[in-house]
Design a protein around this ligand. Structure first.
Ligand SMILES: [Zn+2]
Length: 286
């Protein structure tokens, strides 16, 4: 699957050629330009979360989440930095011990000298972030943030756009599955609404975006595309005759980590960057 060109990004010329090995700080600076921390939600925890900015970063792995699987790959592949969409740590911690999963992962990463940088909601909301990718992938026009950032109307939470043609909810879901490369054997796209109800005004919120339903309704959207949502948000959507397309949290975000790897690789010379090759959706269909 090809990725949409990243628009409005600083050109390589902004970065002076690096004569020495790039550092975690260099990668962090590049990511901050792409997905400024000021775009992150207040409750979030973004930026450099583990490591020392002066540590070398010539091998960088992107992934959706820091898990036993992605940590194992990072260690095996001698990564010095993981760029994980979801933060670790996320919740405040009073101890880092093997008694919690987060503690176990952090101990392994620190022992191996691997840093963690998480852009999370800053990446969701960036001008060329995940929601923008989804909007372009669905063929939306006149794309704008559902909730614009205060000082930048091209960035912000979620996206809203118009389909050039009227589609049915079922046709839009099929288009989403094609874009996200979800086939019958993987993923579990679910719908609220009727396959044949028409949609033209579409809201998008990657990940767990049920909280955007009220905004989508307030802005007269026919449908909200989000990774997953609660049962009660599904009932609310049904009561308000707004379609919901739910491709799963993993599928709604994971694809964008490949384009983020390409972006970092393109911006900084001397860094090998790859999207995790072992990360999988923990949910399977039975
Ligand atoms: Zn997420």
């Amino acid at each position: 699957m090809g990725f949409c060109p990243l628009v409005g990004l600083p050109s390589r010329s902004l970065f002076t050629p690096l004569l020495t090995m790039p550092t975690i700080g260099d990668v962090a600076d590049t990511l901050e330009l792409f997905a400024p921390a000021s775009l992150a939600e207040e409750w979030d925890n973004v930026g450099l979360l583990v490591g020392d900015a002066s540590w070398p970063a010539d091998r960088v792995m992107t992934c959706l989440t820091v898990t036993p699987c992605t940590v194992q790959e990072a260690i095996k592949e001698r990564a010095n930095l993981i760029v994980s969409h979801h933060p670790l740590p996320f919740h405040p911690m009073k101890s880092i011990t093997a008694e919690t999963t987060a503690g176990q992962l952090l101990l392994k990463l620190i022992a191996a000298g691997i840093g963690v940088y998480s852009p999370h909601t800053a990446f969701d909301s960036a001008q060329a972030g995940i929601n923008q990718h989804l909007a372009i992938g669905l063929g939306l026009q006149q794309i704008r943030p559902l909730i614009p950032a205060q000082d930048d109307f091209e960035s912000g939470a979620g996206r809203l756009g118009l389909l050039g043609e009227e589609l049915t909810l079922g046709e839009l879901a099929a288009r989403l599955k094609t874009f996200l490369d979800i086939d019958e054997g993987r993923g579990n796209t679910r719908l609220v609404g009727n396959d044949d109800q028409t949609v033209s005004r579409v809201a998008i919120a990657c990940g767990s975006g049920g909280s955007f339903l009220a905004q989508a309704i307030a802005q007269d959207c026919d449908c909200l595309v989000t990774g997953e949502s609660s049962f009660h948000d599904c009932l609310e959507a049904e009561a308000r005759s707004v379609g919901l397309i739910l491709p799963g949290h993993f599928a709604s975000e994971r694809f964008a980590l490949s384009s983020l790897a390409e972006y970092v690789s393109d911006q900084i010379s001397g860094v090998e960057v790859w999207a995790s090759r072992t990360e999988r959706d923990p949910l399977r269909n039975i």
